[in-house]
Design a binder for this molecule. Structure first.
Ligand code: AMP
Length: 307
């Protein structure tokens, strides 16, 4: 079975959207990536860190989804990473209210020995030095390295971020962050500049407006499924990244054509994530529901025009 190595935060989140508010609930980039990638036939592991305030039931949830958690360090007396966000009325933009790095501040990641030969490495959102350190520990060159990041790291660790971006094949980033990273307003120009920084493939996520995949001069677009219920977009980007990297790891095909499919799988899984607060929807989602919605995705975008 192919292996997917996931790095990212495992966290507490407090979220406020126009539809409600939560106290500290399970969150984190690696959590969402792992839950999303669990829909594929592969072996996956998370490398991360939490404090001993982190409930065992959250770790048990990851294990129940067949995710190897031996790379999640538990720091005695430490506090888990905490993030709090407030969404605006359109749900497409949000303000970060609090980012407490806590145990993440001095984290030295350790890749489990049996994942040092992973086929795909998904570098989820956390400090770029941690992302680099994970790549340094790989004993076999992965077939594909995917990186996700956010404005927080552009603001506070840009040189380190630019170093790790040089080493990856695919970057997934949202539109606002692509503009910040490249200094270009046009997403076409932004994607070209970001490709010059290293990654051969640039995926720009546009929330409810879908996702764009750029490679050389080619571009592919996948819409987001129009949904009846949207409560909380938190983790949608990570769920997308988990679907994208999970599908590629399972299929072992890193062609541009297959990446288009990966974008659809990622968008499909992300469409479920936003239907409830936090990880709730992803926890109970079934493979049958995923398959039905994939069919809806196909119908949404298929047309027959003779040119
Ligand atoms: P997304 O909505 O996909 O951008 O991801 C939201 C998740 O990212 C939340 O569950 C947070 O815990 C996590 N997060 C927020 N800020 C950061 C950060 N600076 N570094 C890593 N993870 C973060």
């Amino acid at each position: 079975m192919n292996k997917l190595l996931i790095v990212g935060t495992v966290a507490f989140d407090a979220i406020e959207t126009p539809f409600g508010k939560t106290d500290k609930i399970l969150g984190g980039a690696a959590t969402y990536i792992g839950l999303s990638a669990s829909f594929f036939n592969l072996q996956s592991a998370i490398v991360s860190v939490v404090g001993d305030d982190f409930p065992q039931e959250h770790l048990d949830l990851l294990t129940s989804k067949n995710i190897d958690i031996s790379g999640i360090e538990i720091v005695k007396g430490g506090k888990t990473f905490f993030w709090s966000g407030l969404y605006h009325n359109d749900l497409n933009s949000r303000d970060t209210l609090v980012t407490e790095l806590n145990v993440l501040a001095d984290f030295q990641p350790k890749v489990p020995q049996n994942f040092k030969d992973s086929d795909v490495v998904m570098l989820g959102n956390l400090h770029p030095l941690v992302q680099s350190s994970v790549l340094d520990q790989m004993e076999k060159k992965p077939k594909l390295v995917v990186l996700d990041t956010m404005n927080f790291w552009m603001d506070c660790a840009l040189p380190e971020l630019l170093e790790v971006i040089k080493r990856v094949d695919v970057i997934t980033i949202n539109d606002e962050e692509a503009r910040q990273l490249s200094g270009e307003y046009s997403l076409v120009k932004a994607a070209a500049k970001i490709q010059d920084m290293g990654p051969n493939y640039v995926v720009i996520k546009k929330g409810e407006h879908g996702a764009l995949l750029f490679h050389n001069r080619e571009v592919f677009f996948a819409p987001a499924l129009p949904l009846e219920e949207v409560y909380d977009p938190t983790g949608a980007g990570d769920t997308f990244a988990g679907g994208f990297s999970g599908y590629i790891a399972q299929s072992e095909n890193i062609s541009f054509g297959n990446m288009k499919n990966a974008i659809i799988y990622g968008s499909n899984l992300a469409s479920f994530c936003v239907e409830k607060f936090g990880t709730e929807r992803m926890e109970t989602l079934s493979k049958a529901e995923v398959a039905i919605r994939l069919q809806q995705f196909k119908s949404l975008t298929q047309f027959d025009i003779e040119i």
